[in-house]
Design a protein around this ligand. Structure first.
Ligand code: SF4
Ligand code: FES
Length: 203
């Protein structure tokens, strides 16, 4: 595979053809924040926190670093006024869901995001999909999935699968940027383990 030279934050960086900007930056020791990326998973492009500015053929645009492939002579800026403004806004929207998530709070400090800008819709899940995709793509179990749509979208464990698979696995727990996943599992586990309700006539 041929080597591609590009520029990231003013430094020349060497990447392999087919790499994404995120991978090239990581190889060059340059950090780009991510919330939905995992090296073992297919690129997803859900959170857009990895947005960077690229310049090619004299035109500049904003792209998701975890999806955008490297190109010869591409000029990448991982921090700029525009990039920082977008990351700040994304974080403010996510903080409305998970205001107490440590990972979001740390990022909010870095980008000056206001935790209280948007009205709270505390579902705690920020829909990064890491748990769902990890369980499906790496573990091949599909024990956790999304239910509902739009703002009501939530994750949910499939009780029949979770009761057999999850207690001995739990590899998705550390992936979650909020506390939503563990809470959902604890709830599912409690429901699975609860004794069946007695019919009314027996009470
Ligand atoms: S529960 Fe956590 S890991 Fe799963 S989609 Fe929501 S935020 Fe992401
Ligand atoms: S890390 Fe790139 S879109 Fe989420």
């Amino acid at each position: 595979m041929s080597e591609i030279l590009l520029q990231i934050d003013g430094k020349e960086a060497a990447a392999r053809e087919g790499m994404t900007i995120l991978e090239a930056a990581q190889k060059a020791g340059i950090a780009i924040p991510t919330l939905c990326h995992h090296e073992k998973l297919e690129p997803y492009g859900g959170c857009r926190l990895c947005t960077v500015e690229v310049e090619a053929a004299g035109r500049s645009k904003l792209v998701a670093a975890c999806l955008y492939p490297v190109e010869k002579d591409l000029v990448v800026r991982t921090r700029s006024e525009k990039v920082d403004r977008i990351r700040k806004m994304i974080l403010e929207l996510l903080l409305a869901h998970a205001p107490d998530a440590f990972e979001l709070q740390d990022l909010a400090k870095e980008y000056g995001a206001d935790r209280d800008l948007f009205e709270k819709e505390a579902s705690f899940c920020i829909h990064c999909g890491l748990c769902v995709r990890y369980c499906a793509e790496v573990k091949k179990k599909n024990a956790v999935g999304f239910v509902d749509r739009g703002t009501r979208r939530e994750i949910s464990f499939v009780p029949g699968i979770a009761s057999k698979e999850c207690w001995k696995c739990k590899q998705c727990f550390p992936l979650c940027p909020t506390e939503a996943l563990q809470a959902a599992y604890v709830l599912t586990d409690a429901l699975i383990s609860a004794p069946p309700a007695k019919p009314e006539s027996e009470e």
